[in-house]
Ligand binder design. Structure first.
Ligand code: FAD
Ligand code: NAP
Length: 362
């Protein structure tokens, strides 16, 4: 049974996007959202990043025996299918982009009562209420999970999403609203939501707690990385204590659309040795040549460092968001590989095989 929601949350009205110190009431139980998020979890202790293996070779480095993240028996997929979805309830839904941002992005939390057991990096499907133009139920849309497996309230009974409201003008000049994203962004606390899944193994976290994890996100592509970073920095686990390096690059159009900025800055304060954070704000920043600051433009400023990290066999790169980012990132990698006499396409193939290059773009 889904928890009954008896009150809503407050909604930010200004720019930037904190998940603020708001309060929601679930089953008459008072839960302080920010307190749960930021302060009641222990943070990984500060540690050193291992030395970089600065070898130059014409082949990808030999890989040590690794446990595949995909072979984990505990990873559940497709527990719920469209014919019999899990029906959760919206517990919280809040706009996390400023009023002047181009487009709206919302953070939402649904109850699962622990019945949708997901891992960081997986997605769920959502079936919007209503029917399509043929009178058939809507098809499911996939959304990357934005919460860690423990969920935003730390009780493994919720799942969170980060959803951009799709609105565009078609060739006839009509304004069209995307079916599922608008259904989700308009959900009120207490409303039911049909959930399928969980699905996906591509974006599961590396098992090695000492790994270097490079996260490349555009827009709502941040979702899986929020889930990784919560596990790494805001939670205490008996079997996992992150002591590696997490490096997040996030590309957004304006500073008012920087998603979860305050949370990430809090993580940086807590673990400065273990977390690096770089933003690319495309419509406000440029590089020294005056070019638009896309995520790959920001990465290019650290090209050498990133390339050296990629030579380590415990560096894992994850990419999520707009399809266009993949080519931009491949382009900078191609020129870096060339300097070492390598063909990026071949090198990338080996990294992919070793689960060190993980891509989910759309
Ligand atoms: C693995 C995966 C994870 C995802 N995770 C997320 C996530 O975390 N957050 C998120 O917000 N989204 C995510 N998405 C995208 C999401 O699944 C939906 O596609 C998105 O929300 C739009 O769905 P919709 O029902 O609102 O739009 P629909 O009603 O399905 O409309 C979309 C269609 O509108 C048309 N269209 C869209 N834009 C334009 C345009 N500018 N001009 C003309 N036609 C256009 C296209 O035909 C497009 O297929 C993910 C997708 C995948 C595959
Ligand atoms: N698992 C998944 O597959 C998954 C998960 C989550 C989201 N998504 C998808 O990711 C996309 C995110 O979109 P959004 O609307 O949330 O993002 P957004 O807020 O519009 O931000 C996207 C940013 O990327 C920039 N950008 C545009 N073209 C680029 C390119 N070729 N290379 C690098 N950066 C580029 C944009 O710059 P300008 O606008 O200034 O040009 C903007 O700064 C959506 O399509 C969503 O469906 C996929």
């Amino acid at each position: 049974m889904a928890a009954a929601v008896t009150a809503a949350v407050s909604v930010p009205t200004t720019k930037s996007s904190p998940l603020p110190a708001r309060t929601c009431f679930i089953s008459s139980e008072r839960i302080s959202f920010q307190k749960t998020c930021l302060y009641t979890r222990n943070v990984a202790t500060v540690g050193k990043v291992g030395p970089i293996r600065a070898q130059v070779t014409t082949e990808a480095p030999a890989k040590v025996e690794k446990i595949s993240k995909k072979d984990d028996e505990g990873v559940v997929v497709n527990k719920y299918r469209p014919k019999e979805p899990y029906v959760g309830r919206c517990l919280l839904n809040t706009k996390i982009t400023g009023d002047d941002a181009p487009g709206e992005t919302w953070h939402m939390v649904f109850s699962t009562e622990g019945e949708v057991p997901y891992r960081e990096g997986q997605s769920i499907g959502v079936i919007a209420d209503g029917v399509d133009k043929n009178g058939k139920p809507h098809k499911l849309r996939l959304y990357s999970i934005a919460s860690s497996a423990l969920g935003d309230f730390g009780d493994s009974k919720t799942v969170s999403l980060c959803v951009k409201r799709l609105v565009y003008t078609n060739d006839q000049g009509e304004i069209v609203k995307g079916v599922c994203s608008n259904f989700l962004c308009d959900l009120k606390p207490g409303a039911e939501v049909k959930i399928t899944g969980p699905v996906g193994k591509e974006m599961l976290m590396p098992k090695d707690p000492n790994a270097t994890v490079v996260m490349l996100a555009t827009g709502t592509g941040i979702a899986p990385f929020r889930s990784f970073l919560w596990k790494m920095f805001f939670e205490k686990h008996d079997d996992y204590k992150f002591n590696g390096l997490a490096w997040l690059f996030l590309g957004v159009p304006t500073s008012s659309s920087l998603l979860y900025k305050e949370e990430f800055e809090k993580m940086k304060e807590k673990a400065p040795e273990n977390f690096r954070l770089d933003f690319a704000v495309s419509r406000e920043q440029t590089n020294e040549k005056g070019e638009k600051m896309y995520i790959q433009t920001r990465m290019a400023q650290y090209a050498e460092e990133l390339w050296e990290l990629l030579k380590k066999d415990n560096t894992y790169v994850y990419m999520c968001g707009l399809r266009g980012m993949e080519k931009g990132i491949d382009d900078i990698m191609t020129s870096l590989a060339e300097r070492d006499g390598l063909v990026w396409a071949d090198y990338k193939k080996q990294l992919k095989k070793a689960e060190q290059w993980n891509v989910e773009v759309y």
